[in-house]
Design a protein around this ligand. Structure first.
Ligand code: ZN
Length: 134
């Protein structure tokens, strides 16, 4: 696998409404998109910084993955996403290296990207996402 850059950093927040002003007013970034991903039970807000994005994640359901994360660990960095040329190929390559996968195949994530997650138990504790950079 040859990642080209950090596609985005996913940050779990309790409230987009309360978090967006920090990123806009204090950090000086511009929120260019807010999107709800219904099957992931999250609402996301995106900011661009160079080639990389910050993805804020607000849970829409306490039983969803972000709801559970915040209950256990509080707000903070949730995952790191690497841009790769082809998610399905990259998933196969890392699986062949013995990495446990959350997604055996790419699926549709925010911004229409093809994404796949690796299990944090196989990635030194960092929930790792791969995204097509197409
Ligand atoms: Zn992500």
């Amino acid at each position: 696998m040859k990642p080209t850059h950090i596609e985005h950093i996913g940050i779990a927040v309790k409230s987009l409404k309360e978090s967006i002003p920090f990123y806009e007013k204090v950090l000086g970034l511009e929120c260019y998109s807010v999107e709800e991903i219904i099957d992931q039970k999250v609402k996301t807000a995106f900011f661009k910084i160079g080639q990389t994005k910050i993805e804020l994640l607000e849970s829409t359901d306490p039983e969803g993955p972000i709801g559970k994360f915040i209950e256990k660990k509080g707000e903070g960095i949730h995952h790191l996403a690497y841009a790769v040329e082809d998610v399905n190929e990259a998933l196969k390559e890392v699986e062949a290296e013995g990495v446990r996968l959350i997604d055996k195949e790419g699926r549709k994530g925010a911004e229409g990207l093809n994404i796949g997650f690796l299990h944090p138990k196989s990635t030194l504790g960092v929930l790792t996402e791969l995204c097509d950079n197409k």
